[in-house]
Design a protein around this ligand. Structure first.
Ligand SMILES: *Cc1c(COP(=O)(O)O)cnc(C)c1O
Length: 371
């Protein structure tokens, strides 16, 4: 989407070359037999779904996947012509649109197919990937009987093409986890039930794609790694190649003042200066995704780490400067400046969450600027 005219200096810079490099590096690592499905759900993990999908495809991803029907429809509307898989549950009511837009849906029970085919007589077939629950306990067929019902239905029906079968790991990003091996084995056992192997058998998320070369199969679903973020600290330590971070979050000092000793900052007056201090105001707040729990988190100004002080407001927050600084001075909240770097993992630790949640919490009010 064209960049709108920006006045507020708060923006997320998205480096599409980093995304392309991550895809190319993974492609090299995987070899020719395994293709990449770029996972661009949740607006491309906050990086922009359409832009990210285009970059990933240009760099060699063969397919894209999302979580919801609406996300898939949006990609088609913006001209993404590659195969798109909706990985999560699709309501029966989406089947016709999916077929018309050639969107592939995940199926986890024969009832869904029966209902779809009862309600509609399609002129050409709907593409589906059968989702197998090999231990995640979320979405998918869990037993042979239910899977056979799907297989038998598809064999008889001209309205459905089983183009793929997939599963999802629960623990691939963790140390010493037998669950991944068990899930892989259970998955392969069920895949054996297909009289003919579907075109795409896939299981790996980013963590498994990076750490389990034996479980590559026909494709991997590359999500968080696409954006240059490791799924966990454990995976970060074991990366077979380095990932390039695509997002940085920046703003500028909007206001600078000298606060006399004992002066207070922000709602609740919970911060009081112990001496005369220089306080900078940043035009970013919790409505942008800078959660109130990030009070105390540092930002980078002039290559230095500087703490957020006082309560974070909806639209602004304050930092304690090492001295007087000019209004307009660049501030990096996520990313590099000089020798310092602040990443989503650092925010995640402070907020007791994972970098995934940080990435998707940067709100729509922050413009994404592509370069
Ligand atoms: C989100 C998701 C992925 C991508 O996971 P990452 O850890 O971000 O690589 C893959 N498969 C399914 C089913 C998902 O929901």
């Amino acid at each position: 989407m064209p960049n709108r005219m920006l006045f507020r200096p708060t923006k997320a810079m998205i480096n599409l070359d980093a995304i392309k490099d991550n895809v190319k590096a993974l492609n090299n690592y995987l070899g020719d037999k395994t293709s990449i499905i770029a996972v661009v759900k949740a607006d491309g993990y906050g990086h922009g779904d359409v832009e990210t999908a285009r970059a990933a495809i240009e760099a060699g991803a063969k397919m894209v996947s999302v979580a919801t029907p609406e996300e898939a429809v949006k990609l088609r509307e913006f001209g993404i012509s590659e195969d798109i898989l909706v990985m999560g549950p699709s309501p029966v009511g989406f089947a016709e649109t999916a077929k018309d837009l050639s969107i592939t849906v995940a199926v986890s029970g024969v009832e869904w197919l029966e209902e779809v085919c009862l309600t509609k007589e399609f002129d050409h077939a709907l593409k589906v990937h059968v989702k197998i629950d090999s231990g995640m306990g979320r979405y998918g067929v869990r037993d042979a009987e239910s899977l056979n019902a799907i297989i038998n239905f598809a064999k008889k029906s001209k309205q459905v093409i089983v183009d793929g079968v997939f599963t999802h790991y629960s623990c691939a990003d963790m140390d010493q986890c037998k669950t991944t091996d068990e899930q892989y084995e259970r998955f392969m056992e069920l895949v054996e039930l297909f009289p003919e192997k579907p075109r795409l058998v896939h299981a790996s998320n980013s963590a498994a794609a990076l750490l389990y070369p034996d479980y590559r199969l026909d494709a991997v679903r590359f999500g968080i790694g696409l954006y240059g973020i490791a799924p966990s600290e454990f995976v970060q330590q074991k990366l077979p190649f380095s990932l390039k971070r695509a997002l940085s979050l920046e703003t500028e000092l909007a206001h600078v003042k000298r606060l006399e000793k004992g002066g207070s900052v922000s709602y609740g007056a919970t911060y009081q200066s112990l001496e005369d201090e220089w306080i900078g105001t940043l035009p970013i707040g919790y409505a942008d995704g800078l959660r109130r729990g990030l009070r105390g988190q540092e930002v980078l100004i002039g290559g230095m780490r500087v703490p957020i002080v006082g309560t974070i407001c909806m639209d602004q927050c304050m930092v304690k400067l090492p001295g007087e600084m000019p209004v307009g001075e660049k501030v990096v909240l996520l990313g590099k400046q000089g020798n310092e770097e602040i990443n989503m993992e650092e925010w995640a630790e402070r907020l007791d969450t994972i970098p995934y949640e940080i990435a998707v919490s940067l709100s729509k009010r922050i413009p994404r600027v592509y370069g």
